[in-house]
Design a protein around this ligand. Structure first.
Ligand SMILES: [Mg+2]
Length: 220
């Protein structure tokens, strides 16, 4: 299990700009939770002569050229991911029912979207896309594991905090920094969802917004 990490100063500034509230809080990731990511990445890989080697939950070591079984080196994967993200992020499609289920939950819960973005220049495009899809909640941008940001967001609230994210790394980080958080691992892609071994700190493993909504409503 990783050590608790401090919140980054640029993330803390965004948290301090939120209106004060004592309502219960849902902290929700965007990629592969609210917006499809893996499906778009698979299209990008096909168009560029590449493919996933398998459906284990990692990217480095798991992407190869069509004519080879050798994984691409990490620096090449990184370069492709940045290019992919710049191309696709204005057009990502929504995971079914993310809009209506979040809207139902927002009657009793505050909702904050916490997303890792390469470069802050992508933030306005992301806010515009989400707003147009009927998902008008504050967007906070982070980089690296999310535990510090989640602990800082929960500061001063006595009610439950729910954390929704696809990434096992982010969930381990939140378990280290805010063990009281209710942790939902949400993976929209069914093949990658099925490949994940649930870890002890995960309270719900799902790829379904209706199930997520029912589970969160039962907390209060
Ligand atoms: Mg994600």
């Amino acid at each position: 299990m990783p050590e608790p990490i401090p919140v980054l100063p640029e993330v803390l500034a965004q948290i301090r700009a939120l209106p004060p509230s004592s309502r219960p809080l849902i902290i929700c990731d965007v990629d592969e939770v609210i917006l499809h990511m893996i499906a778009h990445l698979e299209e990008y890989l096909q168009e560029n002569g590449m493919r996933f080697l398998n459906h284990t939950y990692r990217l480095t070591g798991n992407i190869a050229r069509h004519d080879s079984d050798a994984p691409l080196p990490g620096d090449q994967v990184k370069t492709h991911l940045i290019k992919f993200f710049d191309e696709v992020s204005p057009h990502q499609t929504m995971v079914p029912e993310a809009d209506t289920m979040l809207s139902a939950l927002s009657e009793q819960w505050d909702i904050v979207l916490l997303t890792n973005l390469p470069g802050t220049h992508n933030k306005p495009a992301r806010e515009t896309l989400l707003g147009g899809l009927g998902i008008p909640y504050p967007v906070l941008t982070n980089s690296g594991p999310k535990g510090g940001a989640v602990a800082a967001l929960s500061g001063g609230r006595s009610h439950p905090v729910v954390f929704i994210d696809d990434s096992p790394t982010n969930h381990r980080s939140v378990q280290a920094s805010l063990p009281s958080a209710v942790q939902i691992q949400f993976i929209a892609d069914q093949r990658f969802l099925r490949s994940v071994e649930p870890e002890a700190h995960i309270d719900l493993l799902t790829g379904d917004w209706r199930e997520t909504c029912r589970f969160i409503e039962a907390i209060l």
